[in-house]
Design a binder for this molecule. Structure first.
Ligand code: ADP
Ligand code: AMP
Length: 216
């Protein structure tokens, strides 16, 4: 299956991606995670994108498209993948179409996790991520058993540098570039809207229902 998660920052894409990859065996391809790893490793890519991530602005299309094309060529993506946070602009969506067209691997479904903007600030400012395995938590909505420690691997939890009120405001503004993608995929008949305001378990149950007829 070739899957994509669409939605505002904080809608719950990464949280649901953890479950989808565990159950369906598709690799989770998150451009945000890839950029954060590059920054942490101090690579050339990391140096190029750091200022964009810190401020909440979008990384330029050309660079982002290159990173995703390289990732889709890796062997683990040959039998399917789950895109999270890409595409975020129409040029990125068109570039993805061209890449998937040449690979003869069209998208199976786009899962649009819909939430109203007013719930996002609390979700994003309370988000915590594991430094070691990348698992997502929330101080109130999805707390770890022991404060600051990952349930899955014992790693240290940290707060993303762009989960501040200021950067969140910029990221929500930048979503204006992403919003047209809902219509873009709706027109193709592959967009599935999911109510992201419900509990994490309920959102996942809805996703499973959508995916069940698509499973090979
Ligand atoms: P995204 O990847 O779309 O930016 P995340 O999956 O990282 O969003 O979720 C943002 C925050 O909201 C995280 O702290 C997560 O634990 C929490 N969260 C995710 N889904 C829900 C939900 N359905 N209800 C409440 N909190 C949620
Ligand atoms: P995310 O982890 O998806 O919230 O992304 C974090 C940040 O990475 C964004 O605020 C952007 O700066 C950058 N980013 C991630 N994906 C993209 C993309 N597809 N296009 C441009 N910038 C991106």
């Amino acid at each position: 299956m070739q899957l994509m998660l669409l939605g505002l920052p904080g809608a719950g894409k990464g949280t649901q991606a953890e479950r989808i990859t565990a159950d369906y065996g598709v690799p989770h391809i998150s451009t945000g995670d890839m950029f954060r790893k590059a920054i942490a490793a101090g690579t050339e890519l990391g140096n190029e994108v750091k200022a964009y991530l810190d401020s909440g602005r979008l990384v330029p299309d050309e660079l982002t498209i290159r990173v995703v094309r390289d990732r889709l060529e890796q062997s683990d993506a040959k039998d399917g993948f789950l895109l999270d946070g890409f595409p975020r602009t129409l040029p990125q969506a068109e570039a993805l179409d061209a890449t998937l067209g040449s690979m003869e691997r069209p998208l199976s479904a786009v899962l649009y996790i819909h939430v109203p903007q007013d719930v996002l600030l609390a979700r994003l400012t309370g988000r915590r991520i594991c430094k070691s395995c990348g698992s997502t938590y929330h101080v109130v909505f999805q707390p770890p058993a022991a404060e600051g420690v990952c349930d899955k691997c014992g790693g240290e939890l940290y707060q993303r540098s762009d989960d501040t009120e200021e950067a969140v405001a910029t990221r929500l503004e930048q979503y204006a570039h992403t919003a047209p993608l809902v219509g873009y995929y709706q027109q193709r008949g592959i967009l599935h809207q999911v109510d992201g305001t419900r509990s994490i378990d309920d959102v996942y149950a809805e996703i499973r229902q959508i995916l069940s007829p698509l499973r090979r």
